[in-house]
Design a protein around this ligand. Structure first.
Ligand SMILES: Cc1cc2nc3c(=O)[nH]c(=O)nc-3n(C[C@H](O)[C@H](O)[C@H](O)COP(=O)(O)O)c2cc1C
Length: 358
């Protein structure tokens, strides 16, 4: 599939996750088979552009193209300015966030809350498209199925956005009201796909190669985005894209490969955040990597007490060296049904993280 002039190598993408899909994680996902990644959202508030958080988010040094930046806000002119600001800093695709349910965003009527105000949502899209068009930068958009079960307006909005010049729409199969609860539904995504000419990407609860295949078949979507199932498992992208291309499963990675991937991930992470912040924000990633591994929970508790990069790197290396004495490979991806339960346990936690980081 294409987004404007950019041809994507396969239909499996990493979903934007504030506090997770920073540049080091996006690079890793792309290296491991994700054909496309969108940055964490950048606020449209000019007064926040010089903060460390926003400048880190707007840093794309060494990023594999196309560089896509998600913007979030409530004012059409500010969103247009934010698009221009990010284009100046290397964005090749601008993505509008109408999918995020975090309160901090919604109280200001940004993210998925915009879906409740259709004229404002359309005005924002028109202003951003007008700001991007002179630079030849495609605009994409990420939305939910609607505001609530009684107000699923994704189809109406998607048609208006396509007419306004949006070049790809990604739909998460939940309403804003659902947050991350319940199951994603794919009928609305199928209806959006059937009505549009531009590419449509399906999102929500895609946790295994089979689930990706089934969602693509059911919705007719051009691609899938994977969010939570990629946390601590960035090789999911090569597993899913390999399965979609061949119908066969790749073996899960060797313990030694995961050790190398994680250590490289950490080095990149520290390089972006520095030692103090880097060690602390790396803990959640390390926790996700070891979550399903033997001794992972105990290791996570110990590792959370470490204060320096050196100690964290050494502890991770020792953990995987010890694991490799007993086993060659990390466990295969859990079956989709089992994993849903596991995701639900972590939903609260994920939502809190998201709120804390946007
Ligand atoms: C921690 C976290 C942060 C997120 N941040 C964003 C964001 O910044 N922008 C956005 O459009 N969606 C955001 N999302 C939503 C995801 O992109 C995705 O739509 C959602 O997690 C459903 O996909 P999944 O079931 O594969 O996780 C976030 C989700 C999580 C769990």
């Amino acid at each position: 599939m294409n987004i404007g002039p950019y041809a994507l190598a396969n239909p499996v993408f990493v979903a934007p996750m504030a506090g997770v899909t920073d540049r080091p994680f996006r690079q890793l996902c792309k290296k491991l088979g994700a054909a496309y990644a969108v940055s964490e959202m950048v606020t449209s508030r000019r007064d926040l552009w010089d903060t460390l958080k926003t400048s880190r988010r707007a840093n794309h040094d060494g990023e594999v193209e196309p560089i896509a930046v998600q913007i979030a806000g409530t004012d059409a002119q500010m969103m247009a300015d934010a698009a221009a600001y990010n284009i100046e800093r290397g964005a090749q695709i601008i993505d509008i966030n109408m999918g995020c349910p975090a309160k901090k965003v919604c109280n200001k009527w940004a993210g998925s809350a915009l879906m409740q105000d259709e004229p404002l949502a359309l005005a924002i899209v028109q202003a951003v498209v007008a700001a991007c068009a002179p630079h030849g930068v495609p605009v994409t958009l990420k939305m939910r199925t609607g505001w609530s079960a009684d107000n699923k307006n994704a189809l109406t909005l998607a048609q208006a956005f396509e007419s306004a010049g949006v070049q790809m729409i990604a739909v998460h199969g939940r309403t804003r009201e659902q947050g991350y609860k319940g199951l994603a539904e794919y009928d609305t995504i199928a209806a959006v796909k059937a009505a549009l000419r531009i590419p449509v990407v399906a999102i929500g609860d895609i946790t295994s190669p089979e689930k990706a295949r089934d969602v693509l078949a059911y919705t007719g979507a051009d691609g899938v985005m994977i969010g939570r199932a990629a946390q601590g498992r960035p090789w999911i992208f090569r597993e899913v894209s390999h399965f979609l291309a061949t119908g066969s499963h790749l073996a899960p990675p060797l313990v030694g490969e995961v050790k190398r991937l994680l250590l490289d991930h950490l080095l990149d992470h520290y390089a972006l955040y520095g030692e103090f912040s880097g060690v602390r924000t790396a803990r959640k990633h390390i926790g996700w990597y070891v979550k399903t591994l033997s001794g992972g929970e105990a290791f996570r508790a110990r590792m959370n007490l470490l204060q320096t990069c050196e100690e964290q790197l050494a502890a991770v290396a020792d953990f995987f060296d010890e694991l490799s004495v007993h086993t060659d490979r990390v466990p295969a991806m859990p079956a989709a049904a089992g994993e849903q339960h596991e995701h639900q346990e972590h939903q609260e936690q994920d939502e809190n993280r998201e709120k804390a980081s946007v």
